[in-house]
Design a protein around this ligand. Sequence first.
Ligand SMILES: *[C@@H]1O[C@H](CO)[C@@H](O)[C@H](O)[C@H]1NC(C)=O
Ligand SMILES: *[C@@H]1O[C@H](CO)[C@@H](O)[C@H](O)[C@H]1NC(C)=O
Ligand SMILES: *[C@@H]1O[C@H](CO)[C@@H](O)[C@H](O)[C@H]1NC(C)=O
Ligand SMILES: *[C@@H]1O[C@H](CO)[C@@H](O)[C@H](O)[C@H]1NC(C)=O
Ligand SMILES: *[C@@H]1O[C@H](CO)[C@@H](O)[C@H](O)[C@H]1NC(C)=O
Ligand SMILES: *[C@@H]1O[C@H](CO)[C@@H](O)[C@H](O)[C@H]1NC(C)=O
Ligand SMILES: *[C@@H]1O[C@H](CO)[C@@H](O)[C@H](O)[C@H]1NC(C)=O
Ligand SMILES: *[C@@H]1O[C@H](CO)[C@@H](O)[C@H](O)[C@H]1NC(C)=O
Ligand SMILES: *[C@@H]1O[C@H](CO)[C@@H](O)[C@H](O)[C@H]1NC(C)=O
Ligand SMILES: *[C@@H]1O[C@H](CO)[C@@H](O)[C@H](O)[C@H]1NC(C)=O
Ligand SMILES: *[C@@H]1O[C@H](CO)[C@@H](O)[C@H](O)[C@H]1NC(C)=O
Length: 592
Amino acid sequence: MLDVQFLLLIALSSAAPVKRNACTFLYPKATFSGDFTSLVAAGSLRSEIPITVINTNVSTVSQDVLTTIVQSYEDGDDVFTADYLETIFISSSAPGATLDPSATSYLESLNISHVFVDARISMARYNTLPVSTVSSPDIDNIPSGPYLALIDGAKVSLASVFLLYPDTYRDFLFGAYDSNDGDSTHNSVGVFHPKMWDPPMAGWRVAIKDLFDIKGLQTSGGSQAWAYITPIANETAPSIQRILDLGGVLRYWIFHETSSGCERHLWPAPLPRSYELGESPSSGWCHDTAGVFSRDPYKWIAFSKAWYEPTLFQPPNITGLSPLEVPDTLAFPQTIIYPTDYLPLNNSAAEVILQNFITNLTTIFNMTVKTLNLSETVQSINATEEAPFINSLIYLTSVPLGVINTWSAWDAIGSVLTSTWAALFDGRFPPIDPARCPGWKSFNTTRYSPSAYANALVAKNAAVEWWETSFQPTTSASCSENIFLYDIGTGGFPSYRELGLNGHPNTSFLAVKPLGAEITGANICPVYGCADFTVPIGQVPYRSHVAFHEEMVPLTVNMVVRRGCDFMLLNMIEKLADHGVLKAVETGKTAF
Ligand SMILES: *[C@@H]1O[C@H](CO)[C@@H](O)[C@H](O)[C@H]1NC(C)=O
Ligand SMILES: *[C@@H]1O[C@H](CO)[C@@H](O)[C@H](O)[C@H]1NC(C)=O
Ligand SMILES: *[C@@H]1O[C@H](CO)[C@@H](O)[C@H](O)[C@H]1NC(C)=O
Ligand SMILES: *[C@@H]1O[C@H](CO)[C@@H](O)[C@H](O)[C@H]1NC(C)=O
Ligand SMILES: *[C@@H]1O[C@H](CO)[C@@H](O)[C@H](O)[C@H]1NC(C)=O
Ligand SMILES: *[C@@H]1O[C@H](CO)[C@@H](O)[C@H](O)[C@H]1NC(C)=O
Ligand SMILES: *[C@@H]1O[C@H](CO)[C@@H](O)[C@H](O)[C@H]1NC(C)=O
Ligand SMILES: *[C@@H]1O[C@H](CO)[C@@H](O)[C@H](O)[C@H]1NC(C)=O
Ligand SMILES: *[C@@H]1O[C@H](CO)[C@@H](O)[C@H](O)[C@H]1NC(C)=O
Ligand SMILES: *[C@@H]1O[C@H](CO)[C@@H](O)[C@H](O)[C@H]1NC(C)=O
Ligand SMILES: *[C@@H]1O[C@H](CO)[C@@H](O)[C@H](O)[C@H]1NC(C)=O
């Protein structure tokens, strides 16, 4: 019997990744030891060899058991290929497990180079199978799936394998992977992590916007100047640590993009963002804008519910609002608000899809549709002495919201960046995005100051109070009496990355302010603190000015509910997915 011991390896950040083919990289993950020197010397075992780890709990390991497991890897893990069956590690947690004759002859038929078998398993007779038995108290804990075995004398290292997709749109700054140091430090390289099979959310791949610190990586916020003056993160942001704690695997580091919509769907895309479900949660969850995108409604819901936990809620002394409570309730809204200043969609073919969606909502949830003009509704509020601005969406957006956004960005980033850059470069102004340049060049400390910020929180609270009392109240039957629909997108028309192409008829931009509306739809929830989720509901054809061919543009709708009704809305979306009204979207040229 071989003396085998498992331990976690500390991946050396200087160690060059092994590249096995065009798209696979490998990193050390776990090791076991034993004397394989003679096998390697005799040429019966290569020193670098793909391996598949199979963990089961059945007592009779038969051909059926093995083929079912292998098939589940083939179906469920895009990293796995039959090449990893060159060697196999088999273990079973069932007492007295056996590998029966059908299993041994199956393994022989696969021409496997070597089989490492858990010493607790007794094996049926076999002829030519090269077998080593291994034992270890930790044998049950090796995550199943594909690895690269690196055989070095008496030690076998199991290296994680990653599959790298080409980033056709150059959406991502760089890939990142867990260094396996047991301390959540990440290294940057263009790799993915293999899917792990054990805990429910383990191995879920998560791309992170380049605004959140991850220990070991450079945060840039989309700014090379900020990256220049900011050290590599030495701590992971709490909201990201929560994802790691839940077993999520950080995969990509998203570039914080400033471009508007574009023809992403001309090429198969690894992550076509325009098609995804996305959310801007209630004001006061962590940082207001921390949201999640996913192609699959169920994964999105599971992730969001696990992620949005009370310890990450911002307290009232930060938000200026009443404490955030997020009940997991089925108290659905009874009314759909169809705002005439934001709808219908300009593309009449897209409006048909929206109307079908609304019909589905009314049928499934027994809701009634009410049309109203939000701009007019707000204008008609009787202003009070304490809040004379309460009926002006333009004021609420430009003053309180403007101050909250501008002051917090300046306080955390702008003041540090401009002063540090000036000190480093003889008084020079840093190279920054044109959107921030004018405001930061000569920052107005009268308009934007800690006291202006405090006043802005009071004004925002007055607006939120109105919304929650008069517009989207909680009732005995509903978390949010109504659900408000609008389009944050392009009205069902394409929006091109190349600005000039949007001069054509039937093109648009993202988040435009419709004629007659006082503010953009995208600004409603930043003013009123509501939860605003974007869901894909279909697609419509258009004639592309780039490909000169008919293409499909995905269509989304925004669903808005009162602050704190996030989980109720997720439950609603789950029911819509159960009824087939919402579906996971595909990658590639088209969403559906
Ligand atoms: C064996 O594993 C299967 C699949 O993971 C699981 O459903 C089952 O409960 C396990 N049985 C035992 C006895 O642990
Ligand atoms: C195993 O090897 C034999 C002889 O080289 C070959 O005929 C057979 O196709 C191989 N089987 C597999 C599954 O590769
Ligand atoms: C990270 O670095 C900052 C600034 O250098 C320091 O104040 C902080 O204590 C460090 N945190 C850890 C966990 O090392
Ligand atoms: C907010 O209140 C908490 C206690 O609830 C306190 O720990 C924290 O320092 C306060 N933050 C600010 C910014 O006042
Ligand atoms: C623009 O779209 C509308 C449908 O919303 C259609 O009636 C019209 O013909 C289109 N115009 C052009 C120039 O494609
Ligand atoms: C949704 O609406 C479409 C079009 O009206 C209809 O065909 C479909 O059956 C509806 N689905 C549900 C679940 O009501
Ligand atoms: C649907 O809602 C109406 C009130 O809008 C109510 O009278 C009716 O009983 C409800 N139907 C069902 C099946 O719940
Ligand atoms: C909505 O109300 C605003 C403000 O009163 C008005 O300017 C606009 O024309 C209205 N839009 C519609 C579609 O009624
Ligand atoms: C505003 O006040 C007027 C006069 O008191 C009243 O008629 C109207 O209903 C009030 N409007 C709202 C929205 O409360
Ligand atoms: C700065 O803001 C104050 C208050 O809003 C305004 O009166 C002043 O004109 C602004 N100064 C500049 C230089 O824009
Ligand atoms: C829809 O058309 C109107 C009128 O041309 C325009 O004001 C509005 O911006 C368009 N909406 C979108 C989303 O393109």
